[in-house]
Design a protein around this ligand. Structure first.
Ligand code: GDP
Ligand code: MG
Length: 237
């Protein structure tokens, strides 16, 4: 559905010209949702510390430094929401942000940093898997990939974990502003092909930049159908 919207947003095209009514509605639903106040509500150090919630949840995952905090801040239109509560070094915590009574956004601990001890990696995998399997409100995982760098073994491992947990995840390229248009197109094609090969990956790949704002409206539109009280009819999937 949002493929045109993705392109329009990614290339800064003026929306009205090429969007169908459904796509325009989707963008508007996303804009409205993320215009609501969003606040940090909880940091869970361990799985028994997860907040009990009835709100639908979207989790954000990716390698450390992929641009996850920046994307979350761009998504909700606040400069320091994600950073405020993310303490470097406390990599094992899950941070929960509530978009007022509609949606919970979960900042998952970054993976793949080189210095991490094997034991830490093991802990990460176990905690993530348990969270993914045991969270009925979880609607989707957005898995972030840096547009500047090739997909790494740690990313492949994360996808495997998600496939195993049977949680639908969507690949999101970050830092689109930092590569040439040609390189971005090539990277996108590569990641689309990758998504096709993964059992639990969503076919649509989003292309974003927190820096330029490209693709943020399309990301909001992709998440809006998950929010409590959302009309899901137009989504078509
Ligand atoms: N050029 C560019 N740099 C970005 C973008 N998003 C994040 N960064 C940079 O990437 C680094 C890591 O960003 P951060 O959001 O903290 O990543 P996290 O570790 O995944 O939360 C920082 O230096 C950011 O300034 C983007 O869209 N474009
Ligand atoms: Mg971060």
């Amino acid at each position: 559905m949002v493929d045109h919207a993705v392109h329009a947003a990614a290339h800064g095209t003026r929306a009205g010209a090429i969007l169908s009514g459904d796509e325009a509605d989707a963008l508007e639903a996303g804009r409205k949702l993320f215009a609501l106040p969003c606040r940090f509500v909880w940091a869970a150090q361990a799985l028994d510390g997860l907040p009990g919630t009835t709100l639908p949840e979207i989790a954000f995952a990716g390698r450390s430094n992929v641009g996850k905090s920046s994307l979350l801040n761009a998504l909700v239109g606040q400069k320091a929401l994600a950073r405020m509560s993310s303490r470097p070094g406390r990599t094992q915590q899950l941070n929960f942000f509530e978009v007022e009574r509609r949606l919970m956004l979960v900042d998952m601990p970054g993976y793949g940093y080189a210095e991490a001890a094997k034991a830490v990696k093991q802990d990460w995998q176990e905690m993530m898997f348990a969270y993914l399997r045991g969270r009925p409100v979880l609607g989707r995982v957005m898995l972030l990939l840096d547009a500047r760098v090739a997909v790494k073994p740690a990313d492949a491992a994360a996808m495997e974990l998600l496939d195993r947990a049977a949680v639908v995840y969507q690949l999101v390229l970050t830092k689109a502003d930092a590569v040439s248009e040609a390189a971005l197109a090539a990277r996108r094609a590569e990641v689309v092909a990758l998504a096709r090969r993964r059992p639990a990956a969503h076919a649509d790949v989003l292309v974003t930049s927190s820096e330029s704002g490209a693709g943020i409206a399309a990301l909001r539109a992709a998440l809006a159908p998950f929010a409590a009280g959302a009309e899901r009819g137009w989504r078509g999937t």
